[in-house]
Design a protein around this ligand. Structure first.
Ligand code: HEC
Length: 156
């Protein structure tokens, strides 16, 4: 295996308008693009949580809030291919090197998440009911899980 692949040191990365100039220690010391993508993933995780909370809430359904959260998922999933472009698994990264062996499959899974999240946003815009929204929420969640199963270090 090519050792150079694993020594990717880029102190300053310009990621889609986001200038990472700080070495702020978040996510256990992740830096640069690894930190940026963990932040993006975390934002999607939070958005998904707030969507399911909203759908399950007993009060009147706030479809505008669901739409907004779905757009966070659309945005960050569309950025996944860029965020993993370099073979970067240093620090606390849980990304598996096979991402870069099966790149087409990996990036197709990102597109799938984006598509399903767009569908969810569309349903929310149309004022779909809880049942329809929950079904589509599950479809989005399935795409997250699908990629994590294959390309992220399994958690205990
Ligand atoms: C195309 C593959 C792919 C898709 C789709 C994907 N993820 Fe991830 N996700 C990963 C990988 C790989 C990591 C590990 C990244 C790392 O540690 O460098 C990760 C990490 C995470 C993390 C942990 C971040 C951290 O701070 O350690 C969360 C939370 C997460 N994903 C949520 C989601 C959610 C929610 C979705 C769907 C809306 C999603 N992901 C879709 C591949 C994906």
């Amino acid at each position: 295996m090519n050792i150079q692949k694993y020594i990717l040191v880029k102190p300053f990365l310009f990621v889609t308008g986001l200038v990472v100039t700080s070495l702020a220690l978040a996510h256990g010391g992740a830096e640069g693009v690894v930190k940026a993508r963990m932040d993006g993933m975390s934002a999607m995780g939070k958005a998904m949580k707030s969507i399911v909370k909203e759908i399950k809430s007993r009060s009147e359904l706030d479809t505008a809030a669901i739409y907004q959260s779905s757009q966070i998922v659309v945005k960050h999933s569309s950025m996944i291919p860029k965020m993993f472009k370099e073979e970067s698994i240093e620090g606390p990264s849980e990304a598996l090197p096979k991402i870069w062996v099966q790149w087409d499959d990996f990036s197709a899974l990102a597109v799938k998440t984006q598509d399903e999240a767009e569908k969810l946003g569309g349903l929310a815009n149309e004022g779909a009911d809880k049942k329809q929204l929950m079904k589509q929420f599950a479809a989005v969640g399935k795409t997250c899980k699908g990629c994590h199963t294959d390309y992220r270090i399994a958690k205990d």
